[in-house]
Design a protein around this ligand. Structure first.
Ligand code: ZN
Ligand code: ZN
Length: 191
């Protein structure tokens, strides 16, 4: 049985995350994925993912824990953390997602480290919201998009993030709408 609850996207703050940022991300989730956001704690202790040599947190095991701990009612789980995330092949990541899976994460650590984000809360919130939607897009099977204005464009720097729009290009929008339709008709049960 499908309930409206099973179509909600759970936003899970980890650590010191501004509730206003969480609310802003929630509004973007609703707008882009047309799914009601809910906010709840899923994970609070990330010490299992800490790499003492790098002094950073490995995002991949965090995604596994999030997916395991996600309540059955949630369609997807989006964690927002404040720690520095990495995957082994990169110096750092803004976030990571399970492609076509349940969980994704975004971090404020790098995105909100520059002086411009202190001057402008809009820039600070906008960057995290864009990368949060980007990572959630991956959980709905969206890949990286060559269109530099598309929110699914892969960004190497914060200025790249500022340059892209907060929307999907027409091509990615069609793919997402197909995926959302598939889920609404029962074909997209969570793995
Ligand atoms: Zn990506
Ligand atoms: Zn695109």
């Amino acid at each position: 049985m499908k309930t409206p609850e099973s179509h909600s996207i759970l936003i899970a703050p980890i650590g010191d995350v501004d509730p206003r940022l969480v609310a802003a991300v929630g509004r973007e989730v609703q707008r882009v994925f047309r799914a009601p956001p809910r906010v709840n704690t899923v994970l609070s202790d990330l010490s299992f993912a800490y790499d003492a040599g790098r002094e950073q947190y490995h995002s991949t095991p965090i995604l596994q824990r999030l997916a395991e701990a996600a309540p059955s009612g949630a369609l997807r789980v989006l964690a927002i953390a404040d720690v520095d995330l990495f995957i082994p092949i990169l110096t750092h990541v803004y976030g990571e997602a399970q492609l076509g899976g349940t969980a994704c994460i975004v971090s404020t650590h790098r995105l909100n480290s520059g002086p411009e984000t202190l001057r402008s809360p809009e820039i600070a919130v906008g960057r995290v919201a864009k990368e949060a939607i980007h990572e959630l897009g991956h959980t709905f099977n969206l890949r990286h998009c060559p269109d530099a204005a598309c929110i699914m464009h892969y960004c190497r720097s914060e200025s790249d993030v500022d340059r892209k729009s907060n929307d999907l290009c027409r091509y990615c929008r069609v793919i997402l709408d197909d995926e959302l339709r598939r889920i609404a008709t029962g074909g997209g049960l969570r793995r």
